[in-house]
Design a protein around this ligand. Sequence first.
Ligand SMILES: [Zn+2]
Ligand SMILES: [Zn+2]
Length: 136
Amino acid sequence: MLNDTQQSEGSLRRKRSRQREKVLDIVRSTKSHPTADWVFHEVRKELPNISLATVYRNLNLLAESGEISEVICDGQLRFDANKEEHFHFICKSCKGIFDIDEARVTPDFKLPRGYVVQDLRIDFYGICPACQTQRS
Ligand SMILES: [Zn+2]
Ligand SMILES: [Zn+2]
C-alpha cells in the first residue's frame, strides 16, 4: 500500500512528464522557431493550469537534454525542434526564421594570428521568398 505522500509524489512525477511531453510536442509541431510565450499560449489550450514558469523550466530541460535547441534571433530566445544540422535564414521583413538545410558556404575568413577557430556559426539575414512576392 502506498501512503499519501508516495502517491502524490508519483502523480506529481506523472504530471511533470506529461507537461514536458506536451511542451516538446508543441515545439515539434511548428517550424516557426517559437518563443516561450508562444509555446505557453499553445500548451495552455490543452493544459489550462500550466504556468509560464513551468513552460520555461521544461523548455530549459529539453534544451539541456538536446531534444530541442535554443536559437537567439534578434536578441530574442527561440526554440527549435529540428535536430538536423542546418542554417537559419532570418527575414528582415516578416521576422520569420527559416531552416536552410543546404547552403554552399566557403569560409574564407582571415583572422588575426593566434586565434584557433573551433566552431563557426552563420545566420543569413535578408528577405524571404514570400515577402519578395508581396513586394513585387
Ligand atoms: Zn519574410
Ligand atoms: Zn532551425
